[in-house]
Design a protein around this ligand. Structure first.
Ligand SMILES: Nc1ncnc2c1ncn2[C@@H]1O[C@H](COP(=O)(O)OP(=O)(O)OP(=O)(O)O)[C@@H](O)[C@H]1O
Ligand SMILES: [Mg+2]
Length: 285
């Protein structure tokens, strides 16, 4: 039985167990406390959005789940079993695929080589790469996801940021990931490309994956999210389900409602014209 099969079997026997569960997790870099007492449950078939300002601890959180950094406090469980990853390979072998904004793919390699990077298909008996099969499968899988890339021989570096994110998502689904972590996949994208990426995030969720979507943008989060977690200075400031929050409330939480109030007050002192009225605030209805 492969690790992925074992993982799928465990997940299917206990549908209510969060696939990834953090309990009171903390991380210190020397005397910098990047995370303190963070609890988070990621479930299959759900998009969990992790929001927060710069330095809030979002990347640190996913680095712990992805096996790049070890947590210094608390418990990380995968499928109900306590884990402590000491390498990204261990996290990947547990069915957790992480897509980083810039490091997702090798820019000089072709689309199909990138699709199979680290999982190449080889021919028996000499173990030579089966280029033809890899090209065919990459083409089929990208078409299945509705991703149109006219020439799979093209180096990935020539594609748009949105197309690159989509290839990375399609690859994670094809190789049997159960959890997909995306660190700010729409941060550098325009409106149209963000829309395309958001569509594939929903496809990954509908394929049964537990998706962790990290973003600064409450509008993007609210378009697709089932569950929202806001981090502030390394702590969980909000953890709620979609039914219990509106976009306006989420945006206000992100903008830091009371901080915005005092900023508005300060700005009024500098220039009376510079007043942020409640109806002008992002997310106000
Ligand atoms: N390797 C490190 N060594 C020391 N401090 C670090 C390290 N990585 C992160 N930190 C600190 O931990 C805190 C959280 O950083 P993190 O990168 O997780 O934030 P973030 O929410 O991802 O921010 P951004 O939105 O800017 O990406 C920051 O204060 C940061 O300076
Ligand atoms: Mg970050």
């Amino acid at each position: 039985m492969t690790t992925t099969d074992k993982f799928a079997e465990e997940a299917s026997t206990s549908p209510n167990t969060p696939v990834v569960h953090l309990e009171e997790v903390g991380k210190s870099y020397g005397n910098v406390h990047a995370l303190r007492g963070v609890s988070l449950a990621v479930r299959q078939g759900e998009i969990t959005c992790v929001l927060g300002d710069n330095g809030a601890g979002k990347s640190t959180l996913i680095k712990i789940i992805a096996g790049l950094h070890e947590h210094t406090d608390g418990v990380l469980s995968v499928n109900g079993e306590e884990r402590r990853f000491s390498s990204p390979r261990e996290s990947l072998d547990s069915g957790i695929a992480t897509v980083y904004q810039d490091l997702a793919l090798a820019p000089l390699m072709s689309v199909w080589r990138n699709f199979f990077l680290g999982n190449e298909i080889t021919k028996r008996p000499f173990g030579r790469l089966d280029d033809r099969k890899m090209k065919r499968v990459a083409d089929e899988e990208l078409t299945k996801m509705g991703i149109s890339i006219p020439n799979l021989e093209q180096p990935v570096g020539m594609l748009s940021g949105g197309q690159r994110q989509c290839i990375a998502i399609a690859r994670a689904i094809y190789f049997g990931a159960k959890v997909l972590i995306l660190d700010e996949p729409t941060a550098a994208l325009g409106v149209k490309q963000s829309g395309v990426v958001l569509k594939y995030i929903v496809k990954a969720r509908d394929a049964g994956l537990g998706v962790v979507f990290i973003t600064h943008n409450p509008h993007h989060a609210y378009l697709v999210g089932n569950h929202f977690v806001v981090l502030k200075l390394g702590r969980v400031a909000l953890d709620t389900h979609r039914a219990d929050i509106t976009l306006a409330q989420l945006t206000n939480e992100m903008a830091g409602g009371s901080e915005l109030e005092s900023l508005s007050h300060e700005l009024r002192g500098i220039d009376p014209e510079l007043v942020v009225e409640p109806q002008d605030r992002p997310g106000a209805i």
